[in-house]
Design a protein around this ligand. Structure first.
Ligand code: GLN
Length: 495
C-alpha cells in the first residue's frame, strides 16, 4: 500500500514541507519504503541511494529550521535517469561499459534540482545509451510497466516513467532524443515533456545524438511536470547550444488550462494502418473534447513527416558513432583485455556495449564514411530541413499540433526484442519534433478499451512556446479528471 505521502503530488509535498506540516526526511523515507516494497517487481531503479537521499532531505529540514525560505521543490523526491552525471552516485547510462562509474561532476539540470531543494532518490533504468523504446536494451535487465508487469514501460526513459507511475517518486527526469520521454509517459499513463531543444542544458548528460538530445520532466499531473520543467530550464553557459532566452511561463500556463479560441491542428499523416484502435478512439474523443472546450480543430498536412523516421535513423546513429568513440577503455568505466591500446579498446568495446549500441555505431560509421556521406547523412540533413519547413508552415495556420504520441499501448516484454524495425516504429509520431527542435508533450487521455492500458495525447508547439503545451494539457487534464482521474495503481493493479 502506498502511504498518504507517496500519493501526494509534488506541488502538495513542496507546500507541506515548506509549511512545516511534514519533514523532508519523512517524505523521503515514505518513498524509500515504497521502493523497497514495490521496486523488486517494477525494477524502475538501477541505484537507490537511501543515505544520499536522506542526507539531502535532512539538509532541507535544517534549512527550514534556520528560518530560510525553501525552494520550489522543497523535499520532493525526484528519480533521475541514469545518464545525468551525479556526484556521489553511479552513472551507468544503462551500459556495462560504465558500470561502477561515479562522475566527478554534476549535470546542470540535477544541480538546479538540488538548488531548488529537490531530493534525488535514485537513478533509473534506461535503454543502453538511451537507444531503444522499451528499456529492454538496458545492460541490467528491463523495467516493467506498473499497469501490467508483463508489458514494457516504454523507453528509453522507461525507469523514470515507471517510477512516477508507481508512486516511487513524485517527479522524474528523462531525456528525449527521438521520443524517449513522451512515449514512456504515454504508455505508463503519466505526463512527460520534451522541452524546446536548448531550453534545458545538456551539460553533464551523457551524449547520444547531440543535435537532438533534450532533458525533460515527468510528473503525474500537468502542474507538477511544469514545476520541474521550470526548475530545470534556462540558459547555461556550459552548454554551447543552450538558448539565452527567458524560460517560457510553463507553471503559469499549467495553472490556467484553457483552449477557448485556440487553433489546433491534427497532423493528418499520423493515422491509419498500424495504429491500435483504442489509441485512435481515445484520440478522436480528445478531439471532440477540445472542440467542446472551444478550440478550433482542423486537419493539417505535414507531408515530410513520413520521412522523419528514416532521416532520424541516419542522423542519430551518425552522431552516436562519433559521441561513443570516447568509451575506449582508457578514461571511464570498464577496461578489458591487455596488450596494445588498440587491443584494449577493441576488447573493451566488444565486451562493454550491447547489440543495439553496436548496431547504431555501425550504421552511423557507415553513413558518415567517405563516398556515402552525401547519399546518407547529407540527404538526411536535407530531409530535416523539409520537416522544419513543414512545422513552420503548419504553425502559420495553427497554435499547436496534435497526434497520438505512439501508435500502440505498451507492448509485451520480448515482443519486439528481435525486431529493431518494429521497435523503431514506436517513435514514428515523436521524432519530427526532435528533428525540428520544437517543444512537445504527452498527457494521459484514459485507457484503451481493448486492454485497459494508458493512452496519451501528443501536443506539439513551436520552439520557445512550451507554455502552450501546458495550457492545452491542463485543460485536457481538468476535463478528464472527473471521468478517469489518476487511478491508484496499488489498488487497481495490486502493486
Ligand atoms: N527510441 C528512439 C531510439 O531508439 C529514441 C530514443 C531516445 O529518444 N533517446 O533512438
Amino acid at each position: 500500500m502506498a502511504s498518504e505521502l507517496t500519493r501526494k503530488t509534488a506541488t502538495e509535498l513542496a507546500a507541506a514541507v515548506s509549511g512545516g506540516e511534514v519533514s523532508a526526511a519523512e517524505v523521503t523515507q515514505a518513498h524509500l519504503d515504497r521502493i523497497a516494497e514495490v521496486d523488486g517487481r517494477v525494477k524502475a531503479f538501477l541505484h537507490v541511494s537511501a543515505d544520499n537521499a536522506l542526507a539531502a532531505a535532512r539538509a532541507v529540514d535544517d534549512k527550514r529550521a534556520r528560518g530560510e525560505e525553501l525552494g520550489p521543490l522543497a523535499g520532493v523526491p525526484v528519480a533521475v535517469k541514469d545518464l545525468f552525471a551525479t556526484v556521489g552516485m553511479p552513472t551507468t547510462c544503462g551500459s556495462k561499459i560504465l558500470q561502477g562509474w561515479v562522475p566527478p561532476y554534476e549535470s546542470t539540470v540535477t544541480a538546479r534540482l538540488r538548488q531548488a531543494d529537490g531530493v534525488i532518490i535514485g537513478k533509473t533504468n534506461m535503454d543502453e545509451f538511451a537507444m531503444g523504446s522499451s528499456t529492454e536494451n538496458s545492460g541490467y535487465g528491463p523495467s516493467r510497466n506498473p499497469w501490467d508487469l508483463a508489458k514494457v514501460p516504454g523507453g528509453s526513459s522507461g525507469g523514470s516513467a515507471a517510477a512516477v507511475a508507481a508512486h516511487l517518486a513524485a517527479l522524474s527526469l528523462g531525456t528525449d532524443t527521438g521520443g524517449s520521454i513522451r512515449q514512456p509517459a504515454a504508455v505508463c499513463g503519466v505526463v512527460g515533456t520534451k522541452p524546446t531543444y536548448g531550453g534545458s542544458s545538456r551539460y553533464g548528460v551523457v551524449a547520444f545524438a547531440s543535435s537532438l538530445d533534450t532533458p525533460g520532466p515527468f510528473g503525474r499531473t500537468v502542474l507538477d511536470t511544469a514545476l520541474l520543467h521550470q526548475v530545470m530550464s534556462g540558459h547555461d553557459p556550459m552548454d554551447a547550444t543552450s538558448i539565452d532566452a527567458p524560460v517560457p511561463p510553463v507553471v503559469e500556463a499549467a495553472r490556467h488550462g484553457d483552449v477557448a479560441g485556440m487553433r489546433i491542428g491534427i497532423v493528418s499523416e499520423f493515422a491509419g494502418d498500424g495504429y491500435q484502435p483504442g489509441v485512435m478512439s481515445r484520440f478522436a474523443e480528445a478531439v471532440e473534447l477540445l472542440e467542446a472546450l472551444g478550440a478550433k480543430v482542423t486537419e493539417v498536412s505535414c507531408p515530410h513527416f513520413t520521412y522523419a523516421l528514416p532521416a532520424y535513423y541516419l542522423i542519430a546513429p551518425s552522431e552516436a558513432s562519433s559521441n561513443l568513440a570516447r568509451f575506449d577503455g582508457m578514461r571511464y568505466g570498464l577496461r578489458s583485455g591487455s596488450g596494445s591500446a588498440e587491443e584494449v579498446m577493441a576488447v573493451t568495446r566488444a565486451a562493454g556495449f550491447g547489440p543495439e549500441v553496436k548496431r547504431r555505431i555501425m550504421l552511423g560509421a557507415y553513413a558518415l564514411s567517405s563516398g556515402y556521406y552525401d547519399a546518407y547523412y547529407g540527404k538526411a540533413q536535407q530531409v530535416r530541413t523539409l520537416i522544419i519547413r513543414d512545422f513552420e508552415a503548419a504553425f502559420e495556420q495553427v497554435d499547436v499540433l496534435i497526434s497520438p504520441p505512439t501508435p500502440t499501448t505498451a507492448f509485451d516484454i520480448g515482443e519486439r526484442a528481435d525486431d529493431p524495425m518494429a521497435m523503431y516504429l514506436a517513435d514514428l509520431c515523436t521524432i519530427p519534433s526532435n528533428l525540428a527542435g520544437n517543444a512537445a508533450l504527452s498527457v494521459p487521455i484514459g485507457l484503451a478499451p481493448e486492454n485497459g492500458l494508458p493512452v496519451g495525447l501528443h501536443v506539439m508547439a513551436p520552439p520557445l512556446a512550451d507554455d502552450r503545451l501546458y495550457r492545452v494539457a491542463a485543460a485536457v487534464e481538468a476535463a478528464y479528471q472527473s471521468r478517469w482521474g489518476h487511478p491508484l495503481l496499488d489498488e487497481a493493479k495490486g502493486l
